[in-house]
Design a protein around this ligand. Structure first.
Ligand SMILES: [Zn+2]
Length: 1119
């Protein structure tokens, strides 16, 4: 297409005519007709130069390329003319024309010309200059440029030119530009390094001079690219260049007062950044006082926002070079050990305790592949994150056998028959009055404490003279002379009696009465006295004798909204700088241990009142150590899960002795996950006892300057799945306290203890009406001696007529479980919502009970919850990875829950729905994971026969309904892919072995929602409980669907609604929940772009290294 251009037409045709002539010469024998060729090319050049844009029509330049590219001459002037023509043509239209040129093989021709003319001695300077200018232009657009250069032998030509023309800036510049592109290829980088190019670049960039800054910039870019190779980085260190780079950086920092040479300064830092990827480089950096130099220069840069890229890169380098410390612990094994009945030889516990002392926490500063010469270009900052990303795809189950129902159910019915007693509703005939009073109340059946010990409740009334000799923490609460602090210890406690006693204060608590806020109306399931009763029957490994105030008083959801916290600009950076100051100004650091569980006789270290007091010796507490690092800053170390050496994320501890109006900074320094919702608006939870006593017993979202980042504490490979060079992460937050003499609690999420569950279950009994069938059984005892409750909830039969008994027995079963992971307390709050709804008096609740029999195991891991674990049970294992082969001794709750399901499968009563409630630490909203062969096969691209793809969409109905009625629920986050790593989870095993098509994990956010009615808000217990209630409502809708016709047609029907975009078409009036305003139909989500993600898998990361790219020159082409 040619633009009509009256002025252009004649000149175009003239160029075309000349090109034709050139083509003709070329076709014949150009060598003989050198003079003509020279003239013709000169004329074309002249025309193009004088006609400007009008000569640059598509036909014209396309033709010209083809002619020019097959040129075959040794005449320097003709070649120059052609190079000038190309230069003119490629200058206009930018990338697109260069692209055409590359696609026609232009790069190769240019390299040929370069090679053949470099043999002339001396080579024509003008020709070399023009060639390199063109190559530089082409290089960034040709993905294969590096390979082509190497194979044609061009690398050495350019290098030699640079070596011979160090003083010739005019020729040097294009040569360096080409060299810069060569160096981005990792193989080239090594080869160039061998030829002395690293040294050569250092010659060009040093010493400091403002002459020829463009040259300098290009040389720095090339150097930066070369130093990505570890061999080259080592070469630079050996050549003593680290101090040189630092000195140069400082020179530029001082002299570039108007910040005109940002790219040069950034270039120097990039070189340092790449050198410090190797251990040797980090050592040289520290020896050259790099920390102080970069710290000081960055501090001076901080006020100027445009210098952010420099500060960010400096901070990255400093973090990397910060000497790795080990955690300030004698061992990373849990402070408590539980003696297992037997230790499986190959299990994690055996491994843990067979290690010789001292090897469990080795500081490992090696590069991941220090020994091997593999020259990968990994930025060590990103390595593990990238790994995380890959696993989500590699993890899809591709073995079709594992995607089909397991043929053999595994256990003979004789073995399962004993579970019949948990299903008396399936045989009960209601003919005798006694059988209806649903038998074994769970709370009354709990075994008495094995070693009776005094339970210390938050009241001073319990004080008896007998206890005065035991450990007694002075009451921090003297409210109008009324002490409200518990006292205690002694009995079977581990803690000695000689610590912390403050004689004169002892009487302070005597006879005092704790003011318990009256919450009976607001919290119908809460009762402090019942709570204390329940605590007495709870068994913890450390034999806790104290009760935390929040669990005792209860929690009432605040009436105000708690929006996501906006992240303050630069907060991570400023926190990291404060960490770096520890190294630079070591004398400012107190390093005073104020709490230490590793001193069991005296964990609380008393002092002059200058420090906060910490405590976590209560149910679900897990603080191991607190170190005061600055006057108002504390490093906190969490305990590992019992019988393990890691899994830290959950926290729950108490603080007292605070000053009012002072801002304290807390750093939890041994977090393990690579990212956290704390970076995306989530705050920690705080509970103030003073507030509670004033009538506001509640957890509130608290904390400013919150951020979560990788720190300088090394993670032993033993605690990191064998991976070397890993670090821990810090969660940091700041807060101030409003009340003097307060006791405050901090938690990862709303605590929900095992004793709380028992209290709630006991209070649920009181909600029973004659219409409700509620039975509480003890499914089994845990390793730690706690009972695992099993609930059966349904409606009593309408009468004891045969028909009604029959209807009663034949109700479909719904099987629910929760809290297999102790750190996921949100799951318990959702479960509380479900239980309360099921026991409610609403017509919906009655219909629901009449529709189904609910079997519920509300806490699959009581021991983990009691002992403050994050992930595991006392066996040191993740119970949600034991479902394929649970061991009756080590995993009793899983073994027996699975047995219940196996029993049901045997009697042809497999549940309609199975759902295990969980919490998700790195995603927002509430969502479900299910199992679908079809969707797994689609995701994995494995070939499958059409019979593998015959699957109805019934599994999608429940989440779809939830997305329509539950404001926190998001269909877009749901996934129905079966992952390899999940093959032994409840969801997959119940689906595959028990044959439950609707087998789910329901994940609730710890943070909040980014869609629907709660968008922008942090989640609270009200929303979580509502979620549990809405789950029930959704089940009722599912029932309406399944009840409309016989079972065969159910699936079609469900498929219909899934395709439907009008959710109201199948909604019956009576389905509406009583709290109508809570329903947000606008929350209709689309499931087209559902993205599968692991239950606890990877997530996108905020990558500081990617944020700081300023350079316009960092080309990133690889072969
Ligand atoms: Zn979980």
């Amino acid at each position: 297409y040619e633009k009509p251009n009256s002025a252009g037409v004649p000149s175009n045709s003239r160029v075309l005519m000349l090109l034709g002539q050139l083509e003709k010469i070329n076709g014949e024998a150009m060598v003989r007709d050198a003079e003509t060729a020279r003239q013709v090319t000169a004329k074309i050049l002249h025309l193009i130069q004088t006609q400007g844009e009008s000569a640059h029509t598509p036909t014209c330049h396309a033709t010209s390329y083809s002619v020019v590219l097959c040129i075959n001459t040794r005449d320097v002037q003709t070649i120059l003319n052609i190079l000038y023509i190309l230069s003119e043509l490629l200058t206009v239209g930018r990338g697109r024309r260069v692209g055409v040129f590359v696609s026609k093989g232009g790069t190769g021709i240019l390299f040929q010309i370069l090679l053949s003319n470099s043999k002339e001695l001396p080579p024509s300077e003008e020709l070399m200059l023009q060639l390199h200018s063109l190559l530089a232009k082409v290089g960034s657009k040709d993905r294969k440029f590096g390979v082509k250069a190497r194979l044609s032998g061009a690398l050495n030509v350019t290098v030699n030119l640079v070596k011979q023309n160090l003083q010739n800036a005019k020729l040097l510049l294009p040569c360096l530009q080409v060299l810069r592109v060569y160096s981005t290829n990792s193989v080239n980088a090594i080869s160039l390094g061998k030829n002395g190019v690293v040294e050569l670049m250092f010659k060009i960039i040093a010493p400091y001079s403002k002459k020829n800054t463009s040259l300098l910039k290009v040389a720095l870019d090339a150097l930066g690219a070369l130093l990505k190779s570890k061999t080259n980085a080592r070469r630079a260190v050996d050549g003593g260049h680290v101090p040189v780079l630092l000195a140069l950086y400082l020179d530029w920092h001082r002299n570039d007062t108007r910040h005109r040479h940002m790219l040069i300064r950034k270039g120097l830092l990039v070189s340092l950044r790449n050198i410090t990827n190797i251990k040797l480089g980090r050592k040289a950096f520290l020896e050259a006082d790099g920390m102080r130099i970069l710290y000081n220069s960055s501090t001076e840069c901080l006020p100027v926002r445009t210098l952010d890229p420099l500060v960010n890169t400096s901070s990255l380098i400093m973090r990397k070079c910060f000497p790795k410390n080990r955690l300030p612990l004698p061992t990373i094994k849990s402070a408590f050990q539980y003696q297992l009945p037997h230790v499986p030889a190959a299990g994690p516990v055996a491994q843990l305790y067979s290690q010789p002392p001292g090897v469990d926490d080795v500081v490992d500063e090696s590069d991941d592949n220090d020994e091997t010469e593999a020259d990968t270009e990994n930025d060590t900052e990103n390595e593990e994150d990238e790994k995380d990303h890959h696993t989500s795809n590699d993890d899809i189950e591709t073995d079709l056998n594992k995607l089909h129902p397991k043929k053999n159910p595994g256990r003979p019915f004789e073995e399962l028959r004993v579970y019949e007693r948990f299903f008396s509703e399936l045989s009960e005939d209601f003919q005798t009055a006694s059988s209806t009073s649903s038998s074994s109340s769970f709370s009354s059946s709990t075994a008495p404490p094995r070693s009776p010990r005094p339970i210390i409740v938050p009241t001073a009334q319990a004080l008896s003279p007998k206890l005065s000799a035991t450990r007694q923490i002075q009451s921090p609460l003297l409210l109008g002379g009324i002490a409200t602090r518990r006292v205690g210890g002694g009995g079977g406690s581990n803690w000695g009696s000689d610590c912390g006693s403050e004689g004169p204060e002892d009487e302070a608590g005597e006879g005092a009465v704790l003011e318990v806020p009256d919450t009976a109306l607001l919290l119908p399931l809460h009762d402090p006295d019942v709570y204390v009763e329940m605590v007495k029957g709870t068994h913890s490994v450390p034999q806790y004798a104290e009760v935390a105030y929040p669990d005792y008083f209860g929690h009432i959801t605040p009436t105000f909204r708690e929006p996501h916290q906006e992240r303050v600009y630069g907060v991570q950076r400023s926190k990291i700088f404060q960490d770096i100051e520890r190294l630079i100004h070591p004398n400012d650091i107190l390093d005073k241990v104020v709490y230490d569980l590793d001193i069991p006789s005296c964990p609380v270290i008393e002092d002059d009142g200058e420090s906060l007091k910490f405590n976590s010796q209560f149910e679900s507490g897990n603080l191991r150590k607190a170190i005061q690092v600055r006057k108002y800053e504390y490093d906190l170390v969490l305990n590992s899960d019992i019988n393990s050496n890691h899994y830290h994320q959950w926290f729950y501890f108490e603080v007292s002795g605070m000053r009012v109006g002072t801002t304290y900074r807390f750093n939890i320094i041994n977090c393990e996950k690579s990212n956290s919702q704390f970076n995306y608006g989530m705050q920690v939870l705080m509970y103030s006892v003073q507030e509670a006593i004033s009538g506001r017993p509640r957890w509130v979202r608290t904390g400013t300057d919150i951020c979560y980042y990788k720190n300088h504490f090394a993670r032993s490979s033993i605690a990191a799945g064998g991976q070397k060079g890993k670090s821990y992460y810090t969660l940091t937050f700041s807060t101030s306290f409003r009340h003097k003499d307060d006791v405050c609690y901090f938690a990862y999420h709303y605590p929900y203890t095992y004793s709380t569950l028992k209290m709630h279950l006991s209070k649920l009994e009181a909600l029973r009406t004659p219409q409700i069938y509620l039975r509480q059984d003890v499914l089994c005892e845990t390793l730690g001696g706690n009972s695992c409750p099993l609930l059966t909830i349904t409606a009593m039969p309408e009468s004891n007529s045969n028909d009604h008994i029959c209807q009663f027995r034949n109700r479909p079963l719904i099987f629910l479980s929760a809290r297999v992971h102790p750190g996921e307390t949100n799951a318990s709050w959702v479960m509380k919502g479900t239980l309360e709804f099921l026991m409610g008096t609403s017509p919906l609740a009655s219909s629901l009970r009449e529709a189904y029999i609910f079997k519920i195991v509300p806490m699959l891991n009581p021991d983990g919850v009691v002992n403050g674990n994050h992930r595991c049970s006392l066996s040191g294992e993740d119970l949600n990875r034991q479902w394929q082969n649970p061991n009756p001794e080590l995993h009793p709750t899983i073994y027996h829950t699975k047995s219940l399901l196996q029993y049901l499968a045997h009697i042809q009563r497999a549940p309609l729905v199975f759902c295990d409630y969980h919490g998700h630490s790195r995603k927002k909203n509430v969502f479900m994971y299910g199992c679908s062969v079809k969707e797994t096969v689609w995701q994995s691209n494995i070939s499958a026969t059409s019979s593998d793809l015959q699957e109805d969409l019934g599994y999608r109905a429940l989440p779809k309904i939830l997305s329509q009625i539950a404001p926190a629920f998001s269909m877009a986050s749901c996934s129905f892919v079966v992952e390899r790593s999940k093959e032994s989870t409840a969801r997959v095993v119940v689906w595959r072995e028990i044959g439950v098509q609707r087998s789910y994990t329901m994940e609730s956010t710890l943070c909040g929602c980014d869609q629907g009615k709660y968008k922008g808000l942090q989640i609270g217990t009200r929303e979580l409980e509502e979620m549990g209630a809405q789950f029930c409502v959704a089940l009722l809708r599912l029932k309406r669907l399944t009840g409309l016709r016989n079972h065969q047609h159910l699936l079609d029907l469900e498929s219909d609604i899934i395709g439907s975009h009008c959710p109201t078409t199948y909604v019956m009036d009576e389905d509406e929940p009583s709290f109508l305003e809570a329903i947000d139909y606008s929350a209709e989500s689309n499931d087209e772009d559902a993205e599968p993600e692991n239950e606890h898998g990877s997530e996108a990361h905020e990558n500081p290294d990617h944020l700081d790219h300023l350079s316009d020159s960092e080309t990133n082409h690889r072969d």
